[in-house]
Design a binder for this molecule. Structure first.
Ligand SMILES: Cc1cc2nc3c(=O)[nH]c(=O)nc-3n(C[C@H](O)[C@H](O)[C@H](O)COP(=O)(O)OP(=O)(O)OC[C@H]3O[C@@H](n4cnc5c(N)ncnc54)[C@H](O)[C@@H]3O)c2cc1C
Length: 310
């Protein structure tokens, strides 16, 4: 379903993010998690896109499998990295044929362990990809006459490669003016950063819905990995203190991390957030606990909606 229809029907939205599994065993674990999360009927789920190589086809496969075997509405991520315009065109045509409603258009992470020359990419920034998807939408190939709904990334704490925060806001605005319908943010642990970002967007004239990215910490190794992968993320002292109090007790760390994320979610809902997007790391436990504790009734699908996804 086009994101504008999803947002018009229901607010705030709840959504989950998965990454494509690399082995058959990991695929089964993921599908077990998907089945458990399906009961919550998120408004959409999104599937990340690898930085290069064979995992990219896995994104397509996972999106198709979710679309064909569950009642969930998958949104594929797509990036500029190592792609020609023709390749992107073919990927979009394939998703259009499968009636995928939306695309998250991203700059993309640099591939690790590969020699990579960004200047060879057909699109240098996400804004160029957004423009391309927009032109694709105008071709009329997509079964929805509006074409794909388009999402883009936003960084409440700023993106490491643009230290000038005013310029960064100009770049974000350019993505919206190029056709983005919504923004999903990088994960954050301090809601003030998100709320301030949302206000700065408004002041800059950005009026599309901004969905907050939340990742519950469930282990100390996960905690360190987040610091590694989402460069620049701030970890508030009260979170670090709470985790240190756990004294490496694995279960306690997970409970503390989930509780922290739950408090963030309550506060975001009180502040009328447009949506909450959970980075699930392909597991259902933490997201389920948070969801159950938010007091949100499991959504029931309207018959027309259920019919359109089967
Ligand atoms: C919700 C979310 C999902 C993500 N999913 C994935 C994924 O599936 N796969 C993946 O590889 N990565 C993913 N990422 C990571 C993301 O692709 C990288 O962090 C990337 O560096 C930034 O993405 P972007 O779309 O904001 O890129 P861009 O908008 O291209 O921005 C990248 C940098 O360039 C700057 N910039 C933008 N426009 C211009 C311009 N015109 N001129 C000069 N500088 C400019 C920006 O300020 C920023 O510093 C995700 C990030 C988020 C927040």
């Amino acid at each position: 379903m086009h994101i504008n229809d999803i947002m018009a029907k229901d607010s705030p939205t709840f959504s989950f993010e998965f990454f494509p599994p690399k082995t058959p065993e990991a695929a089964e674990t993921l599908f077990h998690a998907i089945r458990e999360l399906e009961e919550y009927m998120p408004h959409f789920v999104s599937v990340t896109y690898g930085a290069g190589g064979s995992t990219r086809e896995l994104t397509h496969d996972l999106v198709e499998r979710i679309k064909n075997t569950t009642r969930l509405d998958p949104i594929p991520h797509l990036t500029c990295v190592c792609h020609s315009a023709d390749e992107i065109d073919r990927i979009l045509a394939r998703y259009a044929k499968s009636a995928i409603g939306n695309i998250l258009a991203l700059g993309g992470d640099r591939p690790r362990g590969l020699v990579y020359d960004k200047s060879r990419d057909a699109f240098q920034h996400a804004v160029d990809l957004v423009k391309f998807v927009r032109r694709f939408n105008e071709s009329g190939i997509h079964p929805d006459r509006r074409g794909f709904g388009i999402g883009v990334a936003g960084f409440p704490e700023g993106h490491p490669s643009t230290p000038n925060r005013l310029l960064e806001m100009d770049y974000l605005k350019a993505k919206v003016e190029a056709g983005a319908d919504y923004i999903v943010t990088q994960l954050f642990f301090e809601n003030r950063d998100f709320l301030d970002f949302r206000e700065r967007c408004l002041l800059a004239g950005i009026h599309v819905p901004i969905i907050a990215g939340i990742m519950p910490i469930t282990s100390m190794s996960g905690f360190r990995r987040i610091a590694e992968l989402s460069g620049g993320t701030r970890f508030p002292a009260r979170l670090i203190r709470a985790l240190q109090r756990c004294d490496n007790d694995v279960k306690m760390i997970s409970r503390v991390g989930i509780h922290f994320a739950l408090e963030q979610c309550h506060d975001l809902l009180d502040n009328e957030v447009a949506g909450i997007h959970f980075y699930t790391l392909n597991r259902s436990d933490a997201t389920r606990v948070i969801f159950d504790s938010l007091g949100i009734p499991r959504r029931r699908r309207a018959p027309a909606e259920a019919g359109s996804s089967s």
